[in-house]
Ligand binder design. Structure first.
Ligand code: PXG
Length: 456
């Protein structure tokens, strides 16, 4: 039986990253309301949201302060643009608030509506920077395999998702890619530290291959999120930074998931010990309550733009949208007042990592757990002792994800990895509940796999 909402949805709604025909046959899950770290579906089932929406609802659901500032701003000034030498208080104040939390000299803020738009901005900005240095040939962008940088044509081209590259091309030219630093999956016999250095040195090899004088920038997520929560070895990012500096290449961090406290610092680059020239941010910037994203630019690029007597011909109708900016400003204020980032770094983050490992680390399906702060990725293995993966005809991630949803837990599956990224306000008791549910759903997954005859 499908509900009236499911019917409308099946008739008229095209969903992102979805097989439309197959979804329409079974009907989409309808989420009706939310509070704190919980969601309720149309049937009244209560579900703990282990993914903070889509890595974004960091302050949890039901924050009336955010609703109130949105309503006030809509009454006062619902829209005005920031083109044509105009500004307004929410955009200017938010730019200052962002600069107050970004590390180093990342003090100039450009606004966008989504992470993908922020990435497109950074791609254009990196190339434009070199063009105004008189080096337009420095236009190759280097990124990583299995990176996710959004789904506009720019983000798709920069990202390293083969399933996306196959569709809607041709892609943006002059993008090169290097391997990802996935130690558990690809590290072989190397120590974590050695593997991290080896992966970083792949950047140097690529720079030398394409010619150092042709490279504009290196882009990377501090932790690859959608790629499966790939946490790089500690040796990785400092070496990447060293190589970028050696060849005078811009270092760009995509902080769309890691930014705003997820890893226990305001930004992922602080957790991994490097200082980017530019960063992107979205999601946690407004705790997902309104669409807004931004790019923070360091002195090197900001000063070059200021010194160059020409417009940068780039911008969006909703760049610095006043309602979105007011909500983001309030989000940052709440994060500061409630000490959210410090709590992730020193209390709930370590508690989550420890409890998750104690709850599921010894489970027969869990080969390895990666994670820091309030984000984790778990590798599902057919045989963890011999590191044997599941055969490709067994969609183990989807089996596990469906058990989770049917048992009151949202966990995201990406390939054979299960991901968690709960709201940053989650309590200790809620972490316990989440981890117990994860264990239970892994048991159900194991039973399903046995029924399929894949495991005895
Ligand atoms: N960069 C990173 C690192 C992201 O994670 C984007 C850019 C693009 O942001 P927008 O706002 O344009 O979506 C993202 C988005 C998933 C999933 O399934 C992850 C994202 C988006 C949708 C799904 O894990 N991340």
């Amino acid at each position: 039986m499908t509900s009236a909402i499911q019917e409308l949805d099946a008739q008229h709604h095209l969903h992102p990253f979805t097989n439309t025909g197959s979804l329409n046959k079974k009907g989409a899950r309808v989420i009706s309301k939310a509070e704190g770290v919980y969601l309720w579906d149309e049937q009244g089932n209560k579900i703990i949201d282990g993914m903070a929406g889509l890595w974004c609802v960091n302050l949890g659901y039901g924050r009336t302060e955010l609703a109130d500032v949105a309503a006030e701003q809509m009454r006062e000034l619902p829209y005005y643009n920031t083109f044509f030498q105009t500004t307004h208080a929410p955009a200017a104040k938010l730019a200052q608030a962002i600069a107050s939390v970004t590390p180093g000299d990342l003090n100039r803020i450009f606004f966008a509506g989504s992470g993908s738009e922020a990435i497109d901005t950074l791609m254009r900005l990196a190339r434009h920077y070199w063009a105004i240095q008189g080096k337009p040939y420095r236009n190759i962008l280097i990124a990583r395999e299995n990176a996710y940088h959004g789904s506009t044509i720019g983000g798709t081209s920069l990202g390293g998702m083969s399933g996306m590259h196959k569709q809607g091309g041709p892609l943006v030219p002059n993008i090169a890619r290097i391997r990802q630093p996935y130690w558990y999956g690809e590290g072989g016999d190397l120590s974590e530290e050695e593997f991290g250095l080896q992966c970083a040195r792949a950047l140097e090899d690529k720079i030398l291959e394409v010619g150092p004088d042709n490279v504009a920038a290196f882009f990377g997520e501090p932790i690859q999120g959608a790629g499966g929560v790939i946490v790089p070895p500690a040796s990785y990012w400092p070496e990447i930074q060293r190589i970028c500096r050696k060849y005078d290449i811009l270092l760009v961090a995509d902080e769309v998931i890691c930014g705003y406290g997820r890893t226990g610092n305001w930004f992922g680059c602080q957790t991994f010990g490097f200082q980017p020239d530019m960063i992107s941010m979205a999601k946690g910037l407004s705790s997902g309550y309104v669409p807004i994203a931004a790019v923070a630019v360091g002195d090197r690029v900001a000063n070059a733009l200021a010194a160059h007597d020409e417009d940068f011909n780039h911008g969006y109708t909703y760049s610095g949208h006043p309602v979105a900016a007011a909500v983001a400003l309030k989000t940052i204020e709440i994060m500061k007042e409630e000490g959210i980032v410090e709590r992730v770094g020193s209390d709930i983050g370590p508690y989550f990592q420890k409890t998750l490992r104690e709850s599921v680390g010894d489970h027969p399906l869990i080969g390895h757990i990666d994670g820091v702060g309030l984000v984790a990725g778990m590798a599902l293995m057919l045989d963890k002792t011999t590191k044997t993966p599941f055969p490709s005809n067994v969609d183990i991630g989807t089996i596990c994800r469906d058990h989770c949803f049917n048992n009151g837990l949202i966990m995201r599956a990406t390939g054979t990895r299960m991901l968690l990224s709960p709201p940053l306000v989650i309590t200790h008791a809620e972490v316990d509940e989440l981890c117990q549910k994860a264990r239970h759903c892994l048991d159900l997954t194991l039973a399903s796999v046995r029924e399929l005859g894949v495991l005895s």
